[in-house]
Design a protein around this ligand. Structure first.
Ligand code: KG4
Ligand code: ZN
Length: 364
C-alpha cells in the first residue's frame, strides 16, 4: 500500500522489544505535525532478570515472544481501534539485543503484510531523539543528551534522519555505571534508582575521579570512576551502612560533575556549529534522566548556556513503544517507509559518519 500523503493524519502502531521492555502503543500524528498518544502499553520484564543482576538476552527474547501479542492487543483495545484504523506499523529494529529485536521486527512485518500497511524500521535511538517533538512539539534543531542503560550520547538533532553525534562513551554507559555501582555495593537491581535512594542518606566525602573533565571533545568515560569506586569499597570492607551511603553519594556527585562538564562541552560545540543566533534547546532522554541529582546539574548547565531544558515525562524517557510509533509517523509523513527486507540490527549508529571515539567499545 502506498504511504498516506504527507499532510494527512497518521495513526501508527509502534512495537518495542529491543531490551527488557515489551511494549506496544498507538500514536496519532495530526496533519499539523502535532502528536497524541492513544495508548501505550509497557510490560517490564524486570522481575525475570533481577536475580541475575542484569538483562539475560535469551530470557528477554523468550519473554517478548510470550508478551508481545498480548501487549499489541491491549494497545489497540485501549486506543479503541482495530487494525483497520492504522496507517502504518513501526518497529524498533535496532540497536539492541538481537533476539528481542527479531521478535518485534517479525511481528511488525507480519501485521504490515497481513493488513497491507506500510512498515517502518525505526532506530530505537532516533525514537528517543524525536520524543520531544511528540511531547513538546519541538522544532528542529536541538541538542539531545541520551543517558540510558545501553547508551550515553550527545547529538545534534537537525531533522528526521539527520543526526550529528558530538559525544559518546568510550566504555560504560551511564546507566550501566550506576547498575555496576549498585551491584558492587550490594544494592538491588537496577542500580540507578537504588544508588540514588541510598545516596540521600550519605555524604559525598569520598574522593573519586572525574574522567574526561575539560577535554575538548564531548566524549564520556565511566570505567575509571567505576574502578576507583571498587578500590574505595574494598579499602573500607566490610562496609557499614554509612560507608555504602557515602560511596553512593560520592559516586553520584562524580557522575553529576561529569555530566555537567560533558554536556556543557556539547552545548559549546552546538553553538560553534549552528551559530550563536540559533535557538537552543537541550532534550534529555533515557532512564538515567529520572535521577534528581543529575536533573539539577543539567538545569544549572542549561541555565548557564541559555538552553531551554526539556525532559519528557519519565514514562516517555524510559523505553516505550509510543516513541517508536511517533518516530514511525514522522518517517511516514516524509514518505520514508521500509520494505519488508529491512533487517533487525544489533548495532545501528544514528550518525554512521561520526569519527570513531578513541577506545570506544560496542556502544559507540
Ligand atoms: O532507558 P532505560 O529505561 O533502558 C535502557 O537502558 O534502554 O534506562 C535504564 C537505566 C538503568 O541503567 C537504570 O539503572 C538507570 O536507567 N536509571 C537510573 C535511575 N533510574 C533509572 N540511573 C540513575 N538514577 C536513577 N534514578
Ligand atoms: Zn532506550
Amino acid at each position: 500500500m502506498a504511504p498516506a500523503p504527507a499532510n494527512a493524519p497518521l495513526t501508527v502502531l509502534g512495537i518495542e522489544t529491543s531490551c527488557d521492555e515489551t511494549a506496544a502503543a498507538v500514536v496519532r500524528r495530526a496533519a499539523d505535525g502535532s502528536g497524541e498518544i492513544l495508548s501505550s502499553v509497557v510490560r517490564s520484564q524486570l522481575d525475570l532478570h533481577a536475580a541475575y543482576g542484569g538483562v539475560v538476552p535469551e530470557i528477554a527474547a523468550r519473554a517478548h515472544v510470550e508478551l508481545l501479542d498480548v501487549a499489541i492487543k491491549q494497545a489497540l483495545t485501549e486506543a479503541e481501534l482495530d487494525f483497520d484504523a492504522l496507517d502504518g506499523v513501526a518497529t524498533a529494529s535496532g540497536p539492541g539485543l538481537i533476539g528481542g529485536l527479531i521478535v518485534g521486527v517479525i511481528t511488525g512485518k507480519a501485521i504490515a503484510l497481513g493488513r497491507g500497511l506500510p512498515f517502518v524500521a525505526v532506530n530505537h535511538l532516533e525514537a528517543h531523539a524525536l520524543t520531544a517533538r511528540l511531547t513538546d512539539n519541538l522544532a528542529f534543531p536541538y541538542l539531545l543528551l541520551l543517558v540510558s542503560g545501553g547508551h550515553t550520547q550527545t547529538l545534534i538533532i537537525r531533522d528526521v534522519g539527520v543526526y550529528e553525534r558530538l559525544g559518546t562513551t568510550l566504555d560504560d554507559a551511564l546507566g550501566e555505571a550506576f547498575d555496576k555501582a549498585g551491584k558492587l555495593l550490594g544494592l538491588s537491581y537496577p542500580g540507578g534508582p537504588a544508588v540514588e535512594a541510598c545516596a540521600t542518606r550519605g555524604r559525598p566525602t569520598i574522593a573519586l575521579p572525574r574522567p574526561m573533565l575539560g577535554r575538548s571533545e564531548a566524549h564520556f568515560s565511566l570505567a575509571g570512576l567505576k574502578t576507583a569506586l571498587r578500590h574505595e569499597a574494598l579499602a573500607r570492607s566490610p562496609l557499614s551502612e554509612k560507608d555504602v551511603a557515602d560511596l553512593c553519594a560520592s559516586f553520584q556527585e562524580a557522575v553529576a560533575d561529569i555530566v555537567r562538564d560533558r554536556t556543557a562541552r556539547a552545548m559549546e560545540i552546538y553553538i560553534e556549529r549552528l551559530g550563536a543566533q540559533m535557538r537552543r534547546a537541550l532534550v534529555v532522554a533515557g532512564g538515567v534522566a529520572a535521577n534528581r541529582r543529575l536533573a539539577s546539574a543539567l538545569e544549572a548547565v542549561a541555565r548557564k548556556h541559555d538552553f531551554r531544558l526539556i525532559v519528557p515525562p519519565p514514562e516517555l524517557c524510559t523505553d516505550n513503544a509510543a516513541m517508536i510509533a511517533w518516530a514511525g509517523a514522522e518517517r511516514l509523513a516524509r514518505g520514508l517507509a521500509n520494505d519488508l527486507s529491512a533487517p533487525a540490527r544489533a548495532r545501528w549508529p544514528l550518525d554512521p559518519d561520526a569519527p570513531p571515539a578513541l577506545g570506544a567499545g560496542v556502544k559507540a
